[in-house]
Design a protein around this ligand. Structure first.
Ligand code: M6R
Length: 627
């Protein structure tokens, strides 16, 4: 979703902002813009669509006929005579994922107050913006865009005291909702003001200036250490310093956090798409995730052990997450119930928030998130903590909001995931869940001896078998895709863990290929949905879980009798189907990891054959930071 970058320093500003925005592209956006501070003015350039459009608009504004940029602004934009001799300057940039108002240039950030005094970029949602617009209109200020953000700029100008920090402290309490803000003031060209509530914001110092970003990925390669703003914090960035203040105006001392592992640049490394590259990285992601958790000869969660203290008293496990992270949680339930004998459930974080909360200190709440920034998951985590539950995060991004607030964290080691459709991070989540379940079972005395040894042995073999599965699936999934890509609807079936695998497979297919896909618990189809099955309807059936395969096979027959084209993923050689793909024999709890691979490839090839934008599907964002 939306991304923020800010820079105050001596290097040409625009190239730094554009590079930062490129690093934020993976989050998903539909318009972009930057603002550069100059003498007593702030100049904005914005464009609907991709960053290429913004670059073109910038070139035009500097070089085109009628361009009236000052020399310092020209330097900031082009970097022609930058370097340490360049004047100190500042700018902010933004990629917008539209919420309020269409993705047009007019609605793109940065937004500016009517008198041009305040220019800002914003992540989050101002929930009371209508009331604030009405207030402004009554007092003679008309908003010019459809966005919620514009009211902040207009209010700042309305209440301007000539001291932006003071003005911010006056305006921010009037805002309901969430914000990460980067603000330029027309009379102070080398300064960025920042504020945060509920949306993440980081600040960092480089040797030629200071930076602000909504996401650590945007700060690289300029700085690996960053300061994290907390809710209610304000910050003032100049070329030399970053100062932090609380809502009362008291200066705060913060300690920078150093990223313990390098976030590599987003590179396709010869692959056509990031998704394809990230699929190929799954064995490594799983291996790296499991390695520290199994290092001691048995399962051990390191610092996350804290969440399992007094494991005997845990009487319920609740997974919370969204999308694929919720699917990983569904798998976690089955594995934990089986290995640790604790009742477990998985709730959608967005739904959990409106439920009556019946959890307590004996409930282990596990929040699962790749980005660590999903707003619904973060809010659900806070709700669980407030109810007294012990909490544990399974998170891919160090320093993310959910990682910071989870208490205990198991980090998945998938590295930077760029494609909107998650692949390697999901596989790493499953790996983390397996290790967690094994440790919980060990601590509760429900998993020991031969059963433990067999499970650990299977986990050790998982990365290698995933590698083989990737190679073996390619050809057959391309064949399936050639048949399924022309269709507009598809169904996915499975029972137990296979149902979770089916849900994940259908999500992958619909998000990147735009084929309508639904996943059903195989036994549920005949309670209504089977009426939609007609001649040629593709039905992908996952038959990996021993004990339920025979029943799913009967369900396959039911849809086949109604004309469905059945495609079956199984590791049971006795399963027959019109199209069958045989996966490796594996531990009964791990089939879901293997089924994920061909299902990803199926979605990928369908999307490719349909000419879709695979890495950045329409309307989707990598990091969903609004509720
Ligand atoms: O960053 P998170 O893991 O919290 O994200 C949760 C979902 O938004 C995410 O899994 C989404 O469903 C993916 N696009 C699925 O491929």
């Amino acid at each position: 979703m939306c991304g923020i970058i800010g820079y105050a320093g001596t290097k040409p500003v625009a190239p730094i902002l554009l590079e930062g925005l490129e690093r934020l592209e993976y989050r998903g956006y539909d318009s972009a813009g930057i603002a550069l501070a100059a003498e007593n003015t702030v100049v904005r350039t914005r464009a609907a669509g991709r960053l290429a459009n913004l670059r073109a608009a910038l070139e035009k504004s500097v070089a085109g006929p009628g361009a009236n940029h000052s020399e310092s602004l020209r330097q900031q934009t082009r970097g022609s005579s930058g370097g340490l001799a360049a004047p100190q300057a500042a700018g902010v940039g933004h990629t917008r994922w539209a919420t309020h108002g269409a993705p047009t240039e007019q609605n793109a950030h940065p937004h500016q107050s009517n008198g041009g005094k305040y220019t800002l970029v914003h992540n989050g949602i101002i929930e009371n913006y209508q009331a604030l617009r009405t207030f402004l209109a009554k007092n003679g200020t008309e908003c010019r865009t459809e966005t919620d953000t514009e009211v902040i700029a207009q209010l700042l100008e309305f209440y301007d005291t000539g001291n932006p920090l003071e003005t911010l402290r006056r305006v921010l309490p009037q805002l309901e909702g969430s914000y990460a803000l980067a603000v330029l003031y027309y009379a102070q060209p080398g300064i960025i003001y920042a504020a945060k509530r509920k949306s993440p914001l980081l600040a960092a110092q480089s040797h030629h200036g200071t930076l602000l970003a909504s996401d650590a990925a945007a700060l690289l390669p300029l700085s690996r250490a960053h300061y994290r703003l907390e809710d209610g914090d304000l910050a003032v960035l100049t070329r030399h310093s970053i100062r932090f203040f609380d809502g009362e105006g008291q200066e705060q001392i913060k300690t920078p956090q150093v990223m313990s592992r390098h976030i590599s640049a987003a590179e396709k490394k010869g692959y056509e798409h990031f998704m394809r590259k990230e699929m190929a990285e799954q064995p490594e992601a799983v291996r790296l995730t499991l390695e520290p958790l199994l290092r001691q000869g048995g399962p051990h969660l390191g610092s996350a052990e804290e969440a399992l203290r007094g494991a005997d008293r845990i009487d319920r496990v609740l997974f919370l997450g969204c999308g694929s992270a919720w699917h990983a949680g569904m798998c976690g339930c089955v594995v934990i119930e089986e290995l640790a004998g604790v009742p477990a459930a998985a709730a959608l974080a967005s739904e959990f928030r409106s439920q009556v909360v019946t959890i307590n200190q004996n409930t282990l709440v596990i929040v699962v998130s790749q980005s660590g920034e999903t707003a619904d998951t973060l809010m659900a985590l806070r709700q669980a903590k407030a109810a007294g539950a012990r909490t544990l995060g399974i998170i891919n991004v160090e320093g993310s909001s959910i990682a910071e607030e989870s208490g205990s964290v198991i980090f998945t080691r998938a590295g930077l995931e760029v494609a909107v459709a998650t692949t390697k991070a999901y596989s790493a989540q499953l790996a983390a869940v397996y290790a967690l379940a094994a440790r919980l079972g060990q601590l509760r005395g429900t998993l020991g001896g031969g059963k433990m040894r067999a499970f650990l042995h299977a986990l050790a073999a998982l990365p290698g078998l995933l590698e083989e599965t990737l190679a073996a699936s390619e050809e057959e999934m391309l064949r399936w895709a050639e048949e399924i890509a022309p269709k507009e609807h598809a169904y996915f079936l499975g029972r137990n863990l296979d149902w979770a695998a089916a849900l994940e497979g259908s999500l992958k297919l619909k998000e990147i290929s735009y084929i309508h896909a639904e996943a059903y618990a195989a036994g549920e189809l005949k309670h209504g949905t089977i009426s939609l099955i007609e001649q040629g309807t593709p039905v992908v059936s996952v038959c990996m879980r021993p004990g339920v395969v025979a029943k799913t096979m009967s369900n396959n027959e039911e849809v086949r009798a109604r004309g469905a084209a059945v495609y079956c993923l199984t590791n049971d050689p006795s399963v027959t189907a019109r199209r069958r793909f045989l996966l490796p024999a594996c531990h009964p709890l791990l089939g879901v990891s293997f089924a994920a691979v061909p299902l990803q490839l199926l979605a990928y090839h369908c999307a490719r054959l349909r000419g879709c934008d695979i890495d950045k599907p329409r309307s989707l964002a990598k990091s969903v930071t609004v509720e």
